[in-house]
Design a protein around this ligand. Structure first.
Ligand code: RIB
Length: 316
């Protein structure tokens, strides 16, 4: 029997405005549409895993407002085991998202109930965590909870994939407990504490080395339309992005992590896992919204078989 992946993380309602371009500081713009989607980095990763047909459980908190039951219900409907998704007093997490034509976005998250997931809340789930094949988390829940989770993962010898999003400073003590660290471009810059250029396929190896020196065992640098670079102490591999028509890049990083986790659980090499993850991420950008855009296994297989790398990635 497959050991489930357990996602410990955030659950948000995304309030999404479509704009011609993202506003500059102090500027007022008129949006052309408004929609709500189920989101949250943790919930998106869990839904992506379920949609790809892999067993997944989620540990998280929703509010006791009108959104809470809907957020939990969406996870359940997608096939996520939600027994550890509990309501707490107060508002659910929300994200205010502006999406411009071409798919780029900017996001403001108000944690709400996600901030109520404390380190002590993890203790009753120790037996489940112990039986997980892999644990995934992000940084939209309290850092103290992520740190306790990393301790538990180490104690139970379960691999931990940490998506360091949104960016913040992390201790080497925490990073040493991370099996896979998966920063995007701005998160990698923040973690390397550099004011240098943003990562590209050309400078990704040195950036990955800097992160490996901080103690993580494996790094997947998510470079957006430029692809991804995966590395560990034995070497690295560049993965071009897949050629697709992007309409909304929200949650592409979450889709990548879901694909990477599943492929690794299924025994893929680093390069194979990177290609699979990049395909899941690329497909997620072709549909609007976070959770509704997560692809099925069949569509990922089709892209892997018939798709081609994006020219932009190859020219970098
Ligand atoms: O990664 C995308 C997610 O970030 C959105 O769904 C939003 O909720 C924020 O958490």
């Amino acid at each position: 029997m497959l050991k489930p992946i357990i996602v410990v993380g955030s659950i948000n309602l995304d309030l999404v405005v479509g704009v011609q371009r993202l506003p500059k500081p102090g500027e007022t713009l008129t949006g052309h549409d408004f929609e709500t989607f189920f989101g949250g980095k943790g919930a998106n990763q869990a839904v992506a895993i379920a949609r790809l047909g892999y067993p997944v459980q989620m540990i998280g908190r929703v509010g006791d407002d009108a959104f809470g039951p809907r957020l939990r219900g969406a996870l359940q409907q997608a096939g996520v085991d939600v027994r550890a998704v509990r309501p707490v007093r107060g508002a659910s997490g929300v994200a205010l998202i502006a999406t411009e034509r071409g798919g780029q976005n900017s996001i403001i998250v108000v944690p709400g109930s996600n901030a109520a997931l404390t380190p002590a809340d993890l203790e009753p789930y120790a037996p489940r965590l112990q039986c997980a094949g892999m644990i995934l988390c992000q940084l939209e829940i309290p850092l103290s909870t992520v740190e306790r989770l990393a301790e538990m993962a180490g104690q139970f010898q379960v691999p931990l994939m940490l998506d360091p999003a949104p960016a913040r400073a992390l201790s080497s003590r925490l990073l040493r407990r991370v099996t896979w660290l998966t920063p995007n471009e701005s998160e990698a810059v923040a973690l390397c504490a550099t004011s240098g250029p943003r990562p590209t396929p050309a400078n990704a190896p040195s950036m990955a080395d800097a992160l490996l020196r901080r103690g993580v065992r494996n790094v997947a640098l998510k470079l957006g339309a430029q692809g991804a670079y995966l590395a560990n102490a034995l070497g690295g591999v560049y993965i071009p992005a897949w050629r697709v028509t992007a309409v909304d890049c929200t949650a592409a990083g979450d889709a990548f992590n879901a694909g990477l986790a599943i492929a690794l659980m299924e025994g893929a090499t680093m390069g194979q896992a990177g290609r699979f993850a990049a395909a899941v991420a690329a497909l997620s950008t072709t549909q609007p919204g976070a959770q509704p855009s997560m692809p099925t296994r069949a569509s990922v297989r089709r892209l892997l078989k018939h798709g081609s790398p994006a020219a932009a990635s190859l020219s970098q």
